[in-house]
Design a protein around this ligand. Structure first.
Ligand code: ADP
Ligand code: NG1
Length: 455
């Protein structure tokens, strides 16, 4: 099993690492022992289906999170951020708690720290002095939070002389990001560790597996941020969707005579019933009604009390939700899972019109996210429309949504005119956005995964 690579970095020639080292010496008076990095990612297709057990198709991006580290025997964790927006933090490394109600940035670090210490049963953890430096736009669907969680786990692993494979780290980090309260799937953590420069990946779950996906050479993927931010852990939008999917799969399971309490994910129900994804869409039509379900109706169908439902299906921040949209969420998940497979097949078979087929799949994915899954927002929809009018063959929201980024597939010879047009039509209209175009609108190539560097 493959481990995270350990390489060399020259702080003399790499100005970013040079600046991080300088900050580290300014804070702690000594030079760091090592640096760890974890990248952000852009999901090309397969939105809100990883936590339902379905494959997704992301690639790592160049933007990443780097942590410079020195270990000691102080029993303390000290973390400082190069961005003044994030205040410094210090705690006992053997005794800390993760605040779900107020997900301040250091709590993501603590998720990775706790996950690794528990997984490896480290009884006397090393004290850590850290400087964190991130370039991934936050709450923009590019996975800044997971990069921090994964990087913190990697730091803890290396400082304590532990060795886990990329796969073990991915599974462990997917689980430990739940400490902050969001019940995501494992896409972000898997691509963060398993990415390879130059290729997108099909990520499959249970068991976790990643396969290279060769993208057409005549297109470039361009990311644009609508600049509306939504923090997943601070709101219940994300977990409500997770719960809606869980309830829909449990109702389908029960109606079809399965032991519904044993099911939480669509993929497991589909497998138990021996359905194709197309069959599954028809089963949704047959069993679920398009109107929202009240909690009472769900309890009636599953034959449980409201308290029992909280145990079997809800999460801490969804206990008070009164109405669930099940038909539309389920239809999105099954059809999106199908689009991922079609996208991968098209990349493999390379028909002459491959980029048109892929573009259409991306457009359909956005429509489904917007209308059925309702995880877009007005500005993001406007940006996606502008991208399509500016020459993209396909454009869609990427990541959790409710704001954040669109990813567009653009003919390689039209990238400059695409960027010019989106700049004028979206960013140029707003004084605040005008100054921030470079960081929010950029072409991207598949980047590499997590790594450790020493000088
Ligand atoms: P994303 O979709 O980017 O993962 P989330 O809303 O889930 O967005 O998480 C964003 C949070 O992650 C931020 O509010 C902050 O707490 C943390 N975070 C992201 N980037 C950094 C960074 N460079 N330094 C410290 N914390 C960060
Ligand atoms: P981002 O874009 O990082 O908020 C979230 C989930 C993913 C996945 C996508 C939607 C976490 C850590 N990440 O990603 O697992 O469900 O939304 O496809 O919860």
């Amino acid at each position: 099993m493959e481990n995270v690579p350990v390489g060399k970095v020259s702080v003399e020639t790499n100005s970013r690492y040079g600046r991080i080292k300088e900050k580290f010496m300014g804070c702690y008076g000594e030079k760091p022992d090592f640096y760890a990095r974890a990248s952000g990612r852009v999901n090309l297709i397969g939105e809100h289906i990883d936590y339902c057990g379905y494959s997704v198709l992301p690639m790592a991006i160049e933007q990443d999170l780097v942590i410079a580290v020195k270990s000691n025997d102080s029993g303390r964790l000290q973390i400082v951020n190069t961005n003044m927006e994030y205040g410094m933090f210090e705690c006992d490394i053997n005794n800390f708690s993760i605040n779900k109600e107020k997900p301040v940035w250091h709590n993501y670090f603590l998720c990775g720290l706790k996950g690794l210490l528990e997984h490896c049963k480290v009884s006397s953890p090393k004290g850590l002095q850290c400087v964190v430096d991130g370039t991934i736009p936050k709450s923009a669907g590019l996975s800044s939070s997971s990069a921090l969680v994964c990087c913190a786990a990697l730091v803890t692993m290396h400082a304590n002389g532990q060795s886990l494979s990329k796969k073990e780290l991915s599974d462990m980090c997917a689980h430990c990001e739940h400490y902050i309260g969001t019940e995501g799937g494992g896409m972000d953590q898997a691509i963060s560790f398993m990415a390879n420069k130059g290729t997108a990946k099909l990520i499959e779950f249970n068991p976790l597996k990643s396969t290279d996906v060769e993208l057409p050479e005549d297109v470039v993927f361009v990311i644009s941020n609508c600049c509306v931010e939504l923090n997943k852990a601070a709101t219940s939008h994300f977990n409500i969707r997770v719960v809606e999917c869980r309830l829909a799969s449990q109702i389908i399971a029960k109606t079809k005579g399965l032991k519904w309490r044993e099911f939480k994910r669509f993929a497991d129900v589909q497998k138990a019933l021996g359905l194709t994804l197309d069959d599954a869409v028809n089963v949704v039509k047959e069993i679920l009604h398009p109107e929202p379900y009240t909690k009472e109706e769900v309890c009636g169908i599953l034959e449980v009390t409201a308290d029992e439902l909280s145990q079997t299906s809800l999460s801490a921040n969804t206990l008070d939700v009164k109405s669930f949209k099940l038909h539309d969420r389920a239809t999105h998940v099954f059809s999106e899972a199908n689009r991922v497979l079609q996208f991968k097949r098209t990349c493999d078979l390379k028909p002459v019109d491959a980029s048109v087929v892929l573009g259409n799949l991306m457009n359909d994915s956005h429509t489904s996210c917007r209308d059925l899954y309702q995880c877009s927002c007005e500005d993001l929809d406007r940006l996606v429309d502008i991208c399509c009018q500016s020459g993209a063959l396909g454009s869609r929201l990427t990541g959790a949504g409710w704001g954040g980024c669109a990813v567009s597939m653009v003919p390689a010879n039209q990238v400059d005119s695409f960027i010019k047009s989106v700049t004028e039509r979206y960013y140029g209209k707003d004084e605040r956005l005008k100054e921030r175009v470079t960081e929010n609108l950029f072409a991207t190539q598949p980047g590499g995964g997590a790594a450790i560097y020493v000088e």
